[in-house]
Design a protein around this ligand. Structure first.
Ligand SMILES: NC(=O)N[C@H]1NC(=O)NC1=O
Length: 315
């Protein structure tokens, strides 16, 4: 993959350069990015207007929202064409023809290539059912998706109405385009996208912050079709049950699948009168989560007792 272009440099490109850089974020539908350029950055506009437009695009999320608005305001027919431009999800991606490099890359990073013979049969039959019912292929933003997620989505969505499915497919297309944009565009020079990851553990059995708990952070990576997890960092919670700073920020804060591992068993064993034996009911709690917006703050906490836990997307 070629080097990313900083956002401020992207906005200074000519139309052909701009389209070469990000024209492919919507599958075979360059007109969306082209319309954005023409409405916002075209030299035919007043110089002061262009400058004003550029200043409003403060980060990659704002840029994406502006581009996406043009798709949202386009006719149903054009939206339908966009959905039809997507390739089928393939079981043999290497053998697929007429598929863009972007799409190949996304499909390769899903678990589709690891389906068993039985799962392949289920996938093919559901996919055929879907294609017979809807005028566009089944679309899912499959980057990082497990095969179970793909099958489950297909199994459920095949029963949707056309209206529901059109809405859902467009949502997925926007997710795909957003990730493609992030592959191409960097934060403005000298800055970062500003997103960061934090954590907090509350001990709900004792009504206190869980201080002194060991937490590990792993990243899940796809290595030639094989999912692997790699330890990134190890922490011990402070007296407030938090980490002393963001677990990920700046350059390290990348889109992907991550996992906290909370060492609950060790933590709860310390209390006098504790009912934790050498075989704790909850020992290490894994929490696998996805980060797909490097401009946002993700707070991923745990509320835990020796017998239960829960989490939520905080901010
Ligand atoms: N059909 C379909 O979902 N295609 C795609 N999904 C994805 O993430 N990239 C694609 O091209």
């Amino acid at each position: 993959m070629s080097a990313k272009i900083p956002l401020n440099r992207l906005l200074d490109l000519s139309q052909p350069e701009f389209l070469a850089a990000i024209g492919g974020i919507y599958e075979k539908s360059q007109w969306i990015v082209e319309s954005f350029y023409n409405f916002t950055l075209s030299p035919s506009l007043d110089a002061a207007v262009i400058q004003d437009n550029k200043e409003k695009i403060t980060n990659v999320r704002v840029l994406f929202n502006e581009i996406e608005l043009l798709l949202r305001n386009s006719s149903k027919d054009r939206q339908l064409q966009l959905l039809k431009s997507h390739p089928d999800l393939c079981l043999k991606i290497e053998a697929a023809t007429e598929i863009t490099e972007e799409s190949k890359h996304e499909q390769k990073s899903s678990g589709l290539s690891t389906l068993t013979a039985e799962e392949r049969e289920t996938f093919t039959s559901l996919n055929n059912e879907y294609k017979a019912k809807f005028p566009f292929p089944f679309i899912l933003a499959v980057r990082n998706a497990s095969k179970q997620t793909v099958l489950s989505a297909l199994r459920g969505r095949v029963h949707s109405t056309l209206e529901q499915e059109m809405d859902c497919a467009l949502f997925q297309v926007n997710k795909i385009a957003w990730m493609r944009l992030l592959d191409e565009v960097d934060a403005p020079e000298g800055k970062t996208h500003g997103g960061f990851l934090t954590c907090h553990v509350l001990d709900t059995a004792n009504g206190i912050p869980a201080s002194g708990m060991v937490i590990e952070l792993y990243v899940h990576e796809n290595m030639d079709g094989v999912q692997q997890s790699r330890l990134l960092k190890s922490f011990v919670t402070n007296s407030d049950g938090r980490l002393d700073g963001p677990a990920l920020k700046g350059e390290e804060f990348k889109v992907g699948m991550y996992e906290w591992r909370f060492y609950l068993g060790d933590y709860f064993a310390q209390f006098s009168g504790s009912r934790i034996s050498g075989t704790p009911f909850l020992d290490v709690v894994p929490l696998k989560f996805g980060l797909d917006d490097p401009t946002e703050h993700y707070h991923v906490p745990l509320l835990a007792s020796p017998w239960s836990y829960s989490t939520y997307r905080g901010s």
